[in-house]
Design a protein around this ligand. Structure first.
Ligand code: SAH
Length: 406
């Protein structure tokens, strides 16, 4: 058992770790997902604070990282891979880091506990339904992966069965059996992935039960989440992250706001609910854009529009059309933003830029570019621990132009 008491008080990391036993995960090394398991949680926070400082200190003030009160079982999205051992036993678990060997696990300290139980439940049902596991080399077999997503605030649960082929023998009986075992499941989807790829999900989907999506609530707004849409995996800390981003935007009520790399529209929708005059979102993934449009409607918002496309292309076109947003939120993937994006941002010259980043390295690169090419400077940098036990560092950066009032 490891117990933690860790709170943020007055902007300081307050942590009194009571370590009764170093209960390190038995597959910690093999799995490689939780790189910081050998540290107590307060030590992890210190490590991340140092990492943020190392990359970002030269750009502005780094506030103390905001950690979790309970840094366990925070993942609302759980994936499992499958294989059959030589003696015919079905194994489910995670890929060993950097390989496609499956490390068998039934439970994980950072994953949602119900999701883990559902994965084991499916595995146990497989023999009685003569379900085989998919073999990536021979491209034979049936079940490739399982994905479970749970809305922590709504308790809706989605089970996605990723199969190598569209055929699903005894489909209805299987659905009945798994629902009997886990009445918490609100929707079941078959995703077909016949490709030689590292991606878990393929293009085609059949809804086997329920609506084909789940919903969750963040910062008082309701969101619809499809199997393929990006959704933050730690909802507790996502509220902290988004609240910080919205606070930094300092909305007064008539601003035009861009939500770039918007996913299912979360930040833009929360901004619209918190006083933005008009919001425009842009996102590359078509499923996420579809969810974003539905989400805006479900939250009763009329002053928000979404575009599907590359954020850089969108920004270039908007700059050419002489658009003048007041606030730009940007939340790019790990690779960071692009020069086309940043050049267009400089041209449009919004009063405030709020950069949400999951990678301090590319964040530093983009901040350096902005510093060299423009008068934008980082005013505050707030790290948030979105992924306890892993070495990932998420930060929210408030930027404004030199000479402008903050
Ligand atoms: N702001 C959202 C999503 C952040 S993750 C949230 O908080 O949930 C980054 C998002 O950028 C993903 O949804 C991904 O699909 C999208 N994305 C990746 N490359 C992109 C690009 N070139 N243009 C626009 N969106 C992109």
């Amino acid at each position: 058992m490891i117990e933690y008491i860790c709170t943020i008080s007055g902007g300081k990391i307050m942590s009194k770790a009571v370590i009764t036993n170093k209960n390190i995960c038995p597959v910690y090394k093999k799995c490689g997902g939780c790189q910081l398991q050998n540290m107590s949680y307060p030590e992890q926070l210190k490590y991340k604070q140092n990492k943020a400082e190392r990359y970002l200190k030269r750009f502005g003030k780094i506030l103390p990282i905001i950690g979790m009160d309970n840094p366990y079982h925070y993942r609302n999205k759980v994936q499992a891979a499958f294989y059959t051992s030589r003696n015919g036993k079905i194994i489910s678990g995670v890929y060993q880091s950097g390989s496609h060997n499956v490390v068998g696990i039934d439970s994980c300290q950072i994953e949602d506990e119900l999701a883990d139980k559902i994965i084991v439940g499916v595995r146990k049902l497989m023999p009685s339904f003569k379900m085989t596991t998919y073999n990536e080399d021979t491209r034979r077999g049936f079940l490739r992966h399982i994905l479970v997503k749970r809305g922590f605030a709504t308790n809706q649960v989605m089970l996605v069965l990723v199969t190598g082929k569209p055929m699903f023998p005894s489909k209805n009986n299987f659905v009945k059996a798994i629902r009997e075992k886990f009445p918490e499941i609100t929707t079941i989807v078959q995703n077909i992935n016949p490709y030689q790829t590292n991606l878990v999900l393929g293009d085609r989907e059949n809804v086997l039960y329920g609506k084909g999506y789940i919903e969750d609530i963040l910062c008082g707004c309701r969101f619809r989440i499809s199997p393929k849409s990006f959704y933050q995996i730690n909802p507790v800390q996502t509220e902290v992250l988004y609240s910080t981003a919205i606070k930094y935007a300092d909305l007064k009520g008539d601003e035009t706001v861009l939500d770039t790399y918007c996913g299912i529209g979360t930040i833009g929708i929360i901004a619209a609910k918190n006083g933005a005059g008009k919001v425009i979102g842009v996102e590359l993934n078509g499923d996420a854009v579809r969810d974003a449009i539905v989400n805006a409607k479900a939250n009763g918002l009329k002053n928000i529009r979404f575009y599907k496309g590359d954020a850089g292309d969108f920004m270039r076109a908007a700059a050419q059309e002489d658009e003048k947003p007041d606030v730009v939120f940007m939340d790019p993937p790990r690779a960071g933003s692009s020069e086309v994006f940043l050049d267009s941002l400089i041209k449009m010259s919004p009063k405030t830029v709020v950069y949400v980043s999951c990678n301090p390295e590319t964040l530093a690169r983009d901040l350096r570019y902005l510093e060299q090419k423009s008068r934008y400077r980082a005013r505050k940098i707030q790290p948030v621990d979105m992924f306890p036990h892993t070495n990932h560092v998420e930060s929210v950066v408030l930027m404004s132009r030199v000479g402008s009032r903050q």
